[in-house]
Design a protein around this ligand. Structure first.
Ligand code: AMP
Length: 470
């Protein structure tokens, strides 16, 4: 796996897991908990609800499976009946279901707990049969689980622990109603764990309704060592962004750029504009079919299109080795999304560059992001040669997201504007990390910023069905 392990973190034995589980971990060859495991396992062992931000590849599966196995094996079971599981793990896809149940078996091999995987697209009869015996841990996709609920072949009244794994993907796939139906029948008194790669507003809403006073843990996306990514930004009015981006792509001769927009409409508009300017571009977002997305991604990977414009959700799962350039056409309003976005570059030890185009109205998002990443993003003057579009050419339909009221507005001269002539923040710690000069800095020339009208702060706020036993 590619996740860095915490060198100074606790050893597995210090986490308080039962001995047979530790033995299975040793058999798997793990020596040190990954960061998500080091954070999540103690929290889950304490018994409370958990909201965890972690992606595949971080070791998240063991992060919830190990303490669940511990609870189930150390706590006395209530009335145990066939087809009445004690733990339900909901996952979006059959592949993940199979994988998670495999982990349950691997880590639980010295325990006398039983598990079952349940997903659609396969004959349901073996699942009926499996549910006639004891099942402690059920790993299921929502659709097939509902089938079983409808046929009363599964009884969820004994659920002690409920896990939603890859909850964001489940929402993307339209499982929200199915999830609600499951929630309606599981006991209110339970432990609930929610894992998600990103925290959209939708996920937060789901988490609020689902979790009781949760602890939250978070690990950066694999290889998202913000250190190796050169991060810079241009202050630019929203209405000038499309022209500026086209200019930058040509000026720097960027050949492969992943651009994030906040809206699907914005993604389309931007791809159209770039294409019109002679820059090959494609947009991917939730309104495009899976095959259109796959096609766009394939052309982006093989160099057929230079620019891929994506919304956060559509960009999920995009894994491109050595992607050199990411552009935030708009800043995300969830700061963690910034980390996930820029984590697409600078993978596997290569340096990458992330440039954000920031309108005045996005300054409060910028502050939240800088707080999260604990560093200032380098403000860079816009290169000479960029001619801001004439008023008549501006497209008025694109406004940046409005920060919610009461977040506190950017004050003049605070966390905004160019910090010094070189565009480098005064903290002494360069966002370029490792001594490299930010790409945008190299091209920066002092004194070429667009004139900005100071605005009063107020104006800124408007397979294996039914495998069993170990
Ligand atoms: P996951 O993010 O749960 O899909 O896990 C990614 C991979 O990391 C899996 O192949 C696990 O077997 C492996 N893994 C999980 N925990 C550890 C650990 N503590 N040390 C080494 N590898 C691990």
């Amino acid at each position: 796996m590619t996740t860095e392990t915490t060198l100074a973190g606790p050893a597995f034995v210090e986490l308080g897991l039962a001995e047979p589980i530790l033995r299975a971990i040793a058999d798997a060859g793990y020596t040190t908990p990954t960061p998500i495991q080091a954070q999540a396992i103690p929290q889950v062992l304490q018994g409370g609800d958990l909201l965890a931000a972690a992606q595949t590849g971080t070791g998240k599966t063991a992060g919830f499976t190990l303490p669940i196995l511990h609870h189930l094996t150390t706590r006395a079971a209530q009335a145990q009946k066939p087809g009445r599981p004690r733990c339900l793990i909901l996952v979006p896809t059959r592949e993940l279901a199979a994988q998670v149940e495999e982990s349950v078996k691997t880590y639980g091999k010295y325990l006398s707990l039983t598990s079952m995987v349940m997903f659609g697209g396969v004959n349901i009869n073996p699942q009926f049969k499996a549910l006639k015996s004891r099942v402690d841990i059920l790993v299921a996709t929502p659709g097939r689980l509902l089938d079983h609920m409808g046929q009363k072949t599964v009884d969820l009244s004994g659920i002690e622990i409920l896990v939603l794994d890859e909850a964001d993907r489940m929402l993307d796939m339209g499982f929200i109603r199915d999830i609600k139906k499951v929630l309606a029948v599981v006991p209110k008194q339970r432990q609930t764990l929610l894992f998600s790669a990103t925290f959209s507003d939708e996920i937060r809403t789901l988490a609020n309704g689902l979790l009781n006073n949760p602890k939250s843990v978070e690990v950066a996306r694999r290889n998202t060592t913000v250190e190796v990514i050169e991060q810079s930004m241009h202050r630019v009015p929203q209405a000038h962004k499309r022209d500026l981006l086209a200019h930058l792509i040509k000026h720097h001769d960027w050949q492969q750029v992943l651009v994030f927009t906040r809206t699907k409409h914005g993604a389309n508009k931007l791809a159209e504009k770039l294409t019109k300017d002679g820059i090959t571009a494609a947009a991917i977002h939730g309104n495009k079919s899976q095959s259109a997305r796959t096609k766009a991604l394939a052309s982006f990977k093989d160099g057929g299109v230079r620019v891929l414009v994506a919304t956060d959700i559509a960009a999920r799962g995009i894994d491109i080795d050595q992607l050199p350039q990411v552009v935030n056409f708009e800043l995300p309003n969830v700061p963690e999304d910034y980390v996930h976005r820029i984590g697409r570059t600078g993978r596997a030890g290569t340096t990458g560059s992330a440039l954000s185009l920031v309108d005045d109205e996005e300054l409060s998002y910028l502050r939240d992001i800088e707080k999260l990443i604990k560093r200032a993003i380098v403000r860079v003057e816009i290169e000479p040669g960029f001619v801001a579009p004439a008023k008549a050419d501006l497209m008025s339909d694109e406004r940046p997201p409005r920060p919610p009221q009461g977040r506190g507005g950017p004050r003049q001269g605070q966390g905004a504007g160019n910090r010094n002539a070189s565009g480098r923040a005064p903290q002494g710690r360069s966002a370029a990390g490792g001594g490299g000069k930010p790409a945008a800095n190299r091209a920066a020339a002092p004194g070429t910023a667009q004139p900005r009208k100071p605005r009063p702060p107020a104006a800124l706020f408007a397979g294996k069905p039914g495998s069993r036993g170990h």
